[in-house]
Design a protein around this ligand. Sequence first.
Ligand SMILES: Cc1ncc(COP(=O)(O)O)c(C=O)c1O
Length: 468
Amino acid sequence: MDRTRHLFGLSAQAKAQLIAKLSSGSSTRPAERSPRRSAPEEGGVLTPRLDVSELNGFREIRMIREAAGFLDIADPFFRVHEGIAGAETLIGNKSYVNFSSYNYVGLNGHPHITNAAKAAIDRYGTTVSASRPVSGERPIHRELEQMLARIHGCEDCVALVGGHSTNVTVIGHLLGRNDVIVHDALIHNSIVQGATLSGARRVPFPHLDHQAADRLLGELRSRHGRALLVIEGHYSMDGDVPDLPGFIAAARRHCAWLMVDEAHALGVLGPRGFGTAERAGIDPGEVDIWMGTLSKSLVSCGGYIAGRRDLIDYLKLTAPGFVFSVGMAPAAAAAALAALELLTREPERVRQLNDRAALFLKLARHSGLDVGSSIGASIVPVITGSSIRAGRLAHAMFQRGVNVQPILYPAVPERAARLRFFLTAAHTEKQIRDTVQILTEENRRLEVAPSDLAAVARHLGKLASPPR
Ligand SMILES: Cc1ncc(COP(=O)(O)O)c(C=O)c1O
């Protein structure tokens, strides 16, 4: 997918011109610049220094900030939450209804979890002070891994300090230059990064299209050593789900490993929230690599891989991000374990989450909002079709007491810019009804007062070329 097209709804040519104009007033392209000569007191030796403005994306960020400032849109990033971010949150000493946190089953701040984390600190301290193989192993690690393995119906599991880094290190490690990785076009960045690290050939297929994945594997498989097919169980931007049996069949037909990222599926899909296998009613053993994170439903921090015992054993002995990285902090492991206990003990949380999300989806759809292909399990996008419009709508919502994150280019293609609503079991029906009402009103207001893109372009152009 070409993510560089139609920034802010401008044509590719207009965008290119703007970016060129904003390039720090110099007509010299970065690659053409000659190295700076250092000051004589530095000995006159060539000492090239880091010039951030030469890095990819720098000028685009500058342009986006300028455009946002011109349109009076407050920066929606790095907002400081001053307490527990649940269905409500405190920002700037004011309470907002919050749809920007992963807290799907409403567990963040639950006393069972905070007490477990505190007890782990009392017993083991705040760090395990070493990588797991070399004296960083604590009982809480294995307890967590065994419970995750049970929930995923797998033989074993290994937990690492980060979700993103789990994908990077595991994919980067398992695949190599002679291999091929075929993945959904909307797959998470961590998987793309892992694929890049591996050196394998990386080929995306259209979102959710298992027949396209099957065709691609058919074309590519014989020219590569190993093949990995990667999908997400519940897509983080769109809230839609794959046809798992279709992907299993494609993987088996072409002797590819199948990996499913359950970051947004655990606690969300299946009657007990055990994820994609439970939802699809398939034997979890049909999937070679289950990946998940501890930062969403499990209100902690970390990532994991669940699968066959030999795979987990191999990763524990060889995956660089595990072997050469500190073991999970005791409090983080204990919090995730306590969250899993609550998830299994209180399955009604999952039902409540799905009910709330379905209500949001239904009301938003009835109001004519574009909710894409979301199934309404916990993530509902409201697609605005331009970053400016998403930014303005999120700003308007914030003014009216609702905190929702806009997802802007380049995180998604410009025409797919959106507000992304994370629903949780803790949201009340009233909060959801009120929010959709406000959203509908503010969206209509924007329809009658669209942004003047030509004025934005003129403003940016003026900034880039000051009067002579
Ligand atoms: C699909 C997917 N995989 C992996 C990750 C990385 O997880 P973490 O944020 O826990 O590092 C995310 C994060 O949002 C994600 O959405």
